[in-house]
Design a protein around this ligand. Sequence first.
Ligand code: HEM
Ligand code: NAG
Ligand code: NAG
Ligand code: NAG
Length: 253
Amino acid sequence: MKMTLIETVLFSLATGSYGWAHGIHEFRPPLPGDSRSPCPGLNALSNHGWLPRSGKDIDLPAFQSAIAGAYNYEPTSMDGFFQLALNFNLSTTGNQSTFNLFDLARHDEIEFDGSLSRNDIYFGDNVHFDHTIWATVAKNLGLYDTLGSEMNQYVTVESAAKACAARAADAKRVNPSFNSSVMQVMGNPGTTALYLVTLWDENAGAAPKSWVRALFEEERIPYLEGYKVPKVPRTMDDVNKMTNRMSAVEVKV
Ligand code: HEM
Ligand SMILES: *[C@@H]1O[C@H](CO)[C@@H](O)[C@H](O)[C@H]1NC(C)=O
Ligand SMILES: *[C@@H]1O[C@H](CO)[C@@H](O)[C@H](O)[C@H]1NC(C)=O
Ligand SMILES: *[C@@H]1O[C@H](CO)[C@@H](O)[C@H](O)[C@H]1NC(C)=O
């Protein structure tokens, strides 16, 4: 079958939208030499080609269209984060308008202690997914316990807030150089709010556990598990509101 460009685009939209393939944005794990970050949200964008698959030389226009295309964030809603990476002089690309994903890992700039799925720099690696760290967080989120009620399929604001607080408390206990920096104090609940808002299921009022697993464990956008780009664009206002909802949860650690 020979198709014009527009037919090809329409065809791939119609056939690939909700599957593993998702058109030209199929999931492909990084190759050796590709650049990845401590951020599962950005790594997933590169693993699906919304950002360059190399994870390198990311500029603002590419960044804006990636967060909008994949997650339907307002294109400019995260410009502040992008600018932060440049302002901290994290870029190693040789071009002060771009960065590589790995550049974001420099400790005590944007990266901080007590992450959900990474260990602290004190223990050697703050970038890669850490099975041991995640096992405890996943258990607290009940990620592998999905039997029973419909609501048991979801991570709620309450369970997410508690798992986040428990991880930070564990990290403080075991890491003698734990830094309760401003970034850590704000970023810890902030990144939990980010994954909740990004993976939010409007009908359930919670985030499906299978989507949370895909994002953290495979750095994959959960198209296979039914994720669809939300219809209404999301903003940092949504993320801030989510952080406020989290802080209303009583946590015992
Ligand atoms: C597009 C939506 C985004 C989502 C869904 C997302 C999600 C997340 C999540 C869930 C974490 C916590 C990982 C963990 O605790 O193990 C995280 C961490 C991080 N994110 Fe993102 N993120 C997004 C955008 C961004 C942006 C725009 C930047 C900067 C340009 C960024 C940089 C980072 C960094 C440096 C960390 C590591 C912080 C730490 O030490 O835990 N992220 N992100
Ligand atoms: C980044 O580099 C610029 C130019 O060299 C400098 O003016 C600025 O103070 C640096 N910022 C930080 C946070 O080090
Ligand atoms: C640096 O990157 C920006 C954004 O992609 C681009 O417009 C500019 O031409 C680049 N500068 C150089 C010197 O390559
Ligand atoms: C904690 O992080 C801040 C940056 O947010 C840094 O200025 C400070 O030196 C760090 N403290 C320690 C003890 O490393």
